[in-house]
Ligand binder design. Sequence first.
Ligand code: SF4
Length: 158
Amino acid sequence: MILISACLLGHRTRYDGGSNNMALLMEQGNQTQFIAFCPEVMGGLLTPRPAAEITSGSGNDVLNGQSTVLDKNGRDVTAFFICGAEKSAQLADKYKITAAILKQRSPSCGSLKIYDGTFSHQTKPGMGVTAAMLHKLSIPLYSEEDLTPELLRLISHD
Ligand code: SF4
């Protein structure tokens, strides 16, 4: 079973009320069992909501209490991000998740790069808060950017 960022399947969970639906995933929907999830919504944030970014470091630093997540208005939303990451871990355990496909650059779902905390569309290397949590559980992480039909077939049959 594969955990997948809900916005990649067309769910309008993005901060601005939009989605990132990806044709490859939509086409594969009948053959692969996906569990769609949005950690920010599960953590209690509303949609739409102000954009948020990790202030320094990355998701691991947030989980360790060494960094915070602030929204564009300066509100500290760290607790919502941590709550969403914890609920995602529970979901992964409950459904025996073998891989996760996560939206790159998100402060929750980014697996290789995230926005740099300046709200200027610049990225830096690092994981989002939920990606860091799933990584701690040794769940293989993929993003929409490296997904090919072959890779999707491979991880679907793990
Ligand atoms: Fe998509 Fe993840 Fe952002 Fe939710 S938190 S909208 S699933 S990238």
